[in-house]
Design a protein around this ligand. Structure first.
Ligand SMILES: *[C@@H]1O[C@H](CO)[C@@H](O)[C@H](O)[C@H]1NC(C)=O
Ligand SMILES: *[C@@H]1O[C@H](CO)[C@@H](O)[C@H](O)[C@H]1NC(C)=O
Length: 221
């Protein structure tokens, strides 16, 4: 399974209304463990990522440290909607190879939210009772099903804690566990959203694996 099958980004397409959304700007770290099995291949992907999300300016960035068996890669994924609210650009920079993929996104920027129609599974304490409350939701997607866990920060505002996903990605059956840690509000340094260096001149749209733009996200479907 290619590294790009892991990846991307946060958030949601649906616009049916939200139970809660993350703050407009935040950064954090993301751990991902994804077991996959296909006809010829199986394995475990591990990722330790830095995530930055900026809904106000419609941009996001993920810096991935990706490990899949012997393969290790450092990848930067940037999404930007510079001059058009309905169409953006996705940049995927593979540092090790000095190679960049770009793709036009003909959709709105995804807002990080729990959609209204998500099934509420319950609210509970993580660890010591009463100290750290979390709420979990179940969302059924076309090819993946999700359980999303968030911390409520205020009326309609929540922070992601975790995502469990199971289903099909391309030709693989996948179970994926994503955790969010050390989330901080705001953007410390806007340069995280800069178009990666390798993406400046070369244009190679074609071979971006489809999974990089897959329709499952950190929060919402
Ligand atoms: C967690 O929820 C319980 C029960 O609703 C409440 O008493 C407690 O204050 C909450 N804890 C925090 C840290 O919000
Ligand atoms: C932001 O990050 C860039 C690149 O790492 C660095 O050169 C710059 O000094 C940083 N700016 C601030 C205000 O910290």
């Amino acid at each position: 399974m290619h590294w790009t099958s892991v990846a991307l980004v946060l958030c949601s397409l649906a616009a049916l209304g939200w139970t809660c959304c993350t703050p407009e700007q935040w950064e954090g770290e993301q751990t991902l463990f994804s077991g996959y099995t296909g006809f010829f291949q199986r394995g475990l992907i591990k990722e330790f990522n830095d995530v930055a999300y900026d809904y106000s300016n419609k941009r996001s960035a993920v810096f991935l440290r990706y490990i899949n068996g012997d393969i290790e890669a450092k990848i930067k994924i940037v999404v930007r909607y510079d001059d058009n609210d309905d169409a953006g650009m996705l940049y995927v920079d593979n540092y090790n190879r000095g190679k960049c993929w770009k793709k036009r996104l003909d959709r709105e920027f995804r807002k990080c939210c729990i959609p209204k129609d998500a099934k509420r599974l319950g609210e509970y304490s993580m660890g010591l009772k009463g100290k750290y409350n979390a709420t979990s939701y179940e969302i059924k997607g076309k090819r993946m099903n999700f359980i999303l866990t968030v911390q409520t920060l205020g009326e309609g505002v929540c922070a992601p804690i975790g995502q469990l996903a199971a289903g099909r990605v391309g030709h693989f059956d996948v179970v994926r566990n994503v955790g969010f840690i050390n989330i901080t509000p705001g953007i410390k340094n806007e340069t995280v959203f800069d178009v990666p260096w390798d993406c400046k001149d070369d244009w190679s749209d074609f071979d971006l694996p489809i999974e990089i733009d897959r329709q499952d996200y950190i929060l919402g479907v």
